[in-house]
Design a protein around this ligand. Structure first.
Ligand SMILES: Nc1ncnc2c1ncn2[C@@H]1O[C@H](COP(=O)(O)OP(=O)(O)O)[C@@H](O)[C@H]1O
Ligand SMILES: [Mg+2]
Length: 315
């Protein structure tokens, strides 16, 4: 088994012009490091607006023109240049986009799911696959000839999902694939994602639904204020005593009350000097105010905190 995807120290910011010529840099993702192995599902859990879709778009090479990116993304050990991203996109690396605006309004949905083919033979083969996947998601034959504007929101989501799955990606980036789906289709989606893993493929599952992450992923990364603050195994999320970051603990403790939905808290987006969780942290020390902890490895767990050891020793 090897690393399929490696994201190292990725930062994404936007240059904004406020009141004419005043330039302002809005940093959305800071120093993000994460990897996905073959036959592995890694979930990224973060509240809305935390930069999850931007992460997906940076891997696919479809960031907006006004974004500024630093850091490195590798696929199978090779640096993903814009050129390589475009070559692999929709083939080896597929995206289930969060927004249904990714559908082409002028193209029948079955044809966009099938995508470009080199000849008629390939088209016929993919047509069979498209019908089979659509049927599995409850989209009957009458849907094939519809245009996106004729679909309900749920149907559009299923078309996006099918489009990614038809291409048998080696790496799937699923950006919030389940909201708006009926429970049967959520189950089906989770099954399909797990099937990819069984076939040795890698999946980066972006979600704010911890329930979906727990049911699907091998590892879960927690996003806070643009930083990955912890990457831990799903077993530890279920048993909890091996969770390390104070924010992760608060998050998991709060879950039954939140109906197992990710809390929509206010997270500072202004660039802070110290730890992004400083203001809310029960185990903070003076060091945390002025110095930013790095993401370090501790017994196979990735953690961004100076004081987690002391906190765990006490309990
Ligand atoms: N084109 C853009 N220009 C400026 N800021 C943007 C742009 N796109 C996204 N952002 C900023 O990045 C933040 C994160 O966006 P996004 O990745 O869509 O969050 P998420 O998917 O986690 O909900 C947004 O809240 C917004 O402030
Ligand atoms: Mg998003």
């Amino acid at each position: 088994m090897g690393n399929l995807l490696e994201v190292k120290n990725l930062s994404i910011s936007f240059t904004q012009y406020v009141e004419g010529l005043n330039r302002h840099d809005l940093k959305v993702i800071s120093d993000l490091t994460i990897d996905v192995d073959e036959a592995e599902i890694v979930a990224i859990l973060g509240s809305s607006g935390s930069g999850k879709s931007l992460l997906a778009h940076s891997i696919l090479g479809i960031l907006p023109y006004n974004s500024h990116v630093t850091g490195e993304i590798k696929y199978k050990g090779n640096v993903l240049t814009q050129e390589l991203k475009e070559e692999l996109r929709g083939k080896e690396i597929c995206l289930i986009p969060q927004s249904v605006n990714f559908l082409d309004p002028l193209m029948k949905v079955s044809e966009q799911a099938i995508g470009e083919c080199k000849d008629e033979k390939e088209h016929d083969e993919k047509k069979i696959k498209q019908r089979e996947i659509f049927a599995r998601y409850g989209l009957d034959e009458s849907v094939d000839d519809l245009y996106p504007f004729e679909l309900s929101g749920g149907m559009a989501r299923k078309v996006l999902l099918s489009t990614a799955l038809i291409n048998d990606p080696n790496l799937l980036i699923a950006d919030e694939p389940t909201p708006g789906l009926d429970s049967q289709s959520v189950k089906e989606t989770i099954e399909d994602i797990k099937n990819l893993k069984q076939q040795g493929k890698g999946v980066l599952l972006i979600t704010h639904e911890i329930d979906v992450a727990l049911k699907t992923a091998d590892r879960i990364a927690i996003f806070y204020s643009g930083y990955v603050i912890e990457i831990n195994t799903v077993e530890n999320f279920i048993n909890q005593e091996n969770l390390l970051h104070p924010y992760t603990k608060v998050l998991i403790d709060a879950l039954p009350r939140n109906g197992f939905n990710f809390a929509e808290g206010v997270q500072p987006l202004d660039v802070v000097e110290g730890c992004p969780y400083y203001e809310n942290c029960p185990i903070r020390s003076d060091k945390c105010r002025n110095e930013k902890p790095e993401l370090i490895e501790h017994e196979g767990i990735m953690i961004r905190c100076f004081n987690f050891k002391e906190a765990n020793d006490e309990s």
